[in-house]
Design a protein around this ligand. Structure first.
Ligand SMILES: Cc1cc2nc3c(=O)[nH]c(=O)nc-3n(C[C@H](O)[C@H](O)[C@H](O)COP(=O)(O)OP(=O)(O)OC[C@H]3O[C@@H](n4cnc5c(N)ncnc54)[C@H](O)[C@@H]3O)c2cc1C
Length: 361
């Protein structure tokens, strides 16, 4: 029997989170005593329903909050400030931003990031300097989890997370200059000598990158679930439009090249769905980085292929306001955000033996 709809409100991300908390869905998602793990099938239902009724940017912010920011904070919420913020997030009362992509380095080279957390002070404070760009919910969140370095060098133990109230003195928030992603609250953050009590340093210092890598796996799982929902919606819409559009008395939907193109998209989408189902427990339960990179690579390539086909097959109407071409532009984020397709393919290449071994019956 299919699951009952969750009945999400047609609201912004904050409103959807409140509704999820009020209905007990957030408790169901993370468990009564959250540990940082979540129920992947329930997360998929939430994102699928949100995709059906909300702008892409709203779903993006929901995904970051549910799949990565809240679970990551759960694992690091030792001090009172972090525990308080986590409680607010779990009660649907506060949006969190997750700021890793740095102004000083390409997002694909996190180990080169330039934002610094100076922990050397003897007065019990720490000082944050630097900047982050393209941060989802930067304009709407109360706090950002900021990935910073506490010592120079690329070694993975040089990084740590800092809980930053976005109203703290020295924090500047600037809206991203884009017409896309309505509702995502996208922005850039600057930190100028931001002084915070030491309890704002999250978790054991030096564990920042390792914890991020763990939770990035679940973000990739969530994003692939959303990719299936978004492509399915675009493909069904394209199919309907082509059935209603005739050339020389024959619906375009019956043209053999159009049919094959739609079928080609449906086959690729089915493969993504099958890989999602096969990898969900491995990723959500064990944070399997190889499985997550494989899924992310397929997801990025599938979305690009399907949305390009849908945009093309909708002809000029695809350029309507809010039409398939806009969706295609926004959906390009599946091949960039959370790890560009080339970067995850590099990960798959490094672990090719493991990927191939898993194909043995
Ligand atoms: C809508 C949106 C929301 C976002 N939200 C967040 C957020 O909430 N928090 C956050 O921290 N960041 C966020 N980001 C940033 C995102 O994570 C980065 O864009 C991503 O990591 C890529 O980094 P970059 O943009 O600096 O591209 P770069 O790293 O400069 O890469 C540019 C391009 O170079 C190519 N490339 C990169 N590496 C390789 C390689 N190894 N081999 C071959 N080619 C390569 C790829 O084609 C890539 O797209 C968001 C981005 C967008 C667009």
């Amino acid at each position: 029997m299919p699951d009952r709809p969750l009945g999400l409100p047609a609201d912004d991300t904050a409103g959807i989170l409140k509704a999820l908390a009020a209905s007990g869905t957030l408790t169901e998602l993370y468990g009564r005593e959250p540990t940082g793990r979540l129920d992947p099938l329930l997360l998929r239902r939430i994102l699928t329903e949100a995709d059906a009724q909300s702008p892409t940017g709203t779903v993006l912010a929901l995904l970051v909050q549910l799949a990565s920011a809240t679970p990551l904070l759960t694992e690091m919420a030792d001090g009172p400030a972090a525990a308080h913020t986590l409680r607010a997030a779990l009660h649907g009362e506060e949006l969190l931003a997750l700021a890793a992509t740095d102004t000083a380095a390409p997002g694909s080279d996190l180990a080169a990031l330039g934002t610094t957390a100076d922990l050397s002070g003897t007065d019990g404070d720490m000082v944050l300097d630097g900047g982050k760009r393209w941060v989802t919910s930067a304009l709407t969140a109360g706090h950002a989890l900021v990935l910073a370095r506490h010592r120079p060098g690329r070694h993975f133990t040089s990084f740590t997370w800092v809980l930053v109230p976005l109203t703290a003195p020295g924090v500047t928030v600037q809206a991203a200059d884009t017409d896309l992603f309505d509702g995502a609250g996208l922005g850039h953050l600057r930190f100028h000598s931001v002084r915070l009590p030491r309890e704002h340093v999250l978790g054991r210092s030096g564990r920042g990158l390792a914890l991020f890598a763990r939770h990035l796996t679940v973000e990739r799982l969530a994003s692939a679930a959303w990719a299936v929902a978004l492509c399915r919606r675009a493909l069904a819409d394209t199919d309907r439009r082509l059935a209603d559009r005739s050339v020389d008395g024959t619906p375009l939907r019956r043209s053999s090249s159009v049919r094959q193109r739609l079928a080609d998209c449906a086959v690729r989408l089915s493969a993504l769905d099958a890989l999602w189902t096969q990898s969900a427990d491995r990723i959500a339960g064990h944070h399997d980085a190889t499985a997550a990179a494989t899924l992310k690579a397929l997801s990025g390539m599938t979305v690009e292929h399907v949305l390009t086909a849908c945009g093309h097959l909708q002809g000029a109407d695809g350029f309507d306001r809010g039409g398939a071409q806009r969706l295609r532009a926004e959906a390009a984020v599946f091949g960039i955000g959370g790890g560009a397709t080339e970067v995850v393919l590099d990960t798959v290449a490094e672990r090719l033996d493991q990927v191939l071994d898993r194909l043995t019956p």
